[in-house]
Design a protein around this ligand. Structure first.
Ligand code: 5GP
Length: 187
């Protein structure tokens, strides 16, 4: 599919809700959609490659990027910094492409309010908090404390989800993905 126009497409929602699977599928199916690779200070997981989903940097390097105004937005999420670099987004937009952002709810809020770019924002929510807890458990890469913290944060994020353009429940991945694709095809 081709997206008409040049947008920042924001996919946000609690950890474990399935944002990465949705972004992967969208990037596979949309020819004129680029992924915004965030900078982060968190440890790289064994399954990750640098400069693929994230560019992994030290806290010092991240602070230098803040001082150089390199970020469209940045936030501290679960004790680590995450930031969206502005230059790759400008390059994609110049090239008439849209850009996909997988960012947390606070970051999404700042991007929506910058008014620099046309945004389409999606908040992905789990069918229930219990389902989310179970999905985080099944991922097997978090301690029980981390899972509890992320579950509490998820509840707060769901409360703040009202400022997104679209609220999508990820109960079945296929249905959730098709809902998003339909909306993007209609713009
Ligand atoms: P994880 O460490 O599990 O990959 O991501 C943790 C959270 O950080 C996720 O909710 C993800 O969407 C968010 N995140 C990733 N990159 C960015 C970013 O550049 N800015 C903000 N605000 N959040 C981000």
């Amino acid at each position: 599919m081709n997206i008409k126009g040049k947008y920042l497409i924001i996919i946000s929602g609690p950890s474990g809700v399935g944002k990465s699977s949705i972004t992967k599928q969208l990037l596979l199916n949309c020819k004129n959609l680029d992924f915004s690779i965030s900078f982060t200070t968190r440890e790289k997981r064994p399954s990750e490659t640098n400069n693929d989903h994230y560019s992994f940097v030290s806290k010092k390097e991240f602070e230098n990027l803040i001082n150089q105004n390199a970020f469209l937005e940045y936030e501290e999420v679960h004790g680590n910094y995450y930031g969206t670099p502005i230059k790759p987004i400008e390059d994609s937009i110049k090239f008439n492409h849209s850009v996909l952002l997988d960012i947390d709810v606070k970051g999404a809020y700042s991007v929506i309010n910058t008014n620099h770019f046309d945004c389409i924002s999606f908040f992905i929510r789990p069918p229930s908090i219990d389902t989310l807890r179970e999905r985080l458990l099944n991922r097997g890469d978090m301690t029980s404390d981390e899972i509890e913290n992320r579950t509490i944060e998820a509840k707060n994020e769901i409360i703040k989800s009202t400022y997104f353009d679209h609220l999508i429940v990820n109960d079945s991945f296929d249905e959730c993905y098709q809902d998003i694709e339909k909306i993007l095809l209609g713009i």
